[in-house]
Write a protein that binds this ligand. Sequence first.
Ligand code: SIN
Length: 288
Amino acid sequence: MGTDYKTLRVIPVSPALGAEISGVDIAAGIDDEQFAELQQAFIDYSVIFLRDQEITPDQHVEFAHRWGEININRFFQAAESHPMIAEVRKEAHQKANIGSSWHTDHSYDQIPAMGSILYAREVPQVGGDTLFASMYAAYDALSDGMKAMLSQMNAVHSSRHAFGEAAYAGVDMNDLGGRLGNTGAATQDAVHPVVIRHPLSGRPALYVNGDFTVRFDGWTREESQPLLDFLYAHACQNEFTCRLHWRKGSMAIWDNRATHHCALNDYHGERRLMHRITLEGVPLQAAA
Ligand code: SIN
């Protein structure tokens, strides 16, 4: 990527995105020089992975504050005594996990989240990996004609269908086990450019996702769906992805404007407990 890191060791994990970072101990403290390098790595690689961090929930919150304001998730159960930390949890007896389809966090907000900091407290022996996909790579690989059309378009995003009452029709509430709720708060609708100019890197990125985008602005759902389906399949093809195999104490910090992610649900019979803090972003601008 061309950045000369002095306090970090940075190993890219795929050509498209992602880097594993060593030389960081959050609990011991991070000075301003090293924090600036972490921010640069976040811009350069879109998602960064730290290993073997031993932190308390308070240290997680303190670390998140270094990155910016915290955006409290309305729908996930919070960690005990820590409303700023959302639990991403699946018990050994539960079947459904959270985040199993490709998405980016909180795109339904008028000012969508900058990033998320996910920390592994308990992981299965094998499985439960997270996949990430680069929305820069997805945009870059589109034809010039498609880029030109999408760059003039906006899309409507919503939390209503994903977290409102209707989202739970037919869902086994015993299996859900109090992990998601607060359906009455699912009232967010937002319109964002389909191709954004990334606020930090200045690069164009595709900004629609299967969990929260409902249609193109000015188009019906029926008109929108075929093109959205094409874009979702295009965006998450293998060459644009990387994969994190979690260990207890691993942390991923991802950019919600430059990536999609999806949590694999292949570890039935084992518990997985992650703590997520989501960070406030800025209004998104069109790339064109
Ligand atoms: C999420 O979608 O934020 C959860 C990702 C994961 O559990 O790996």
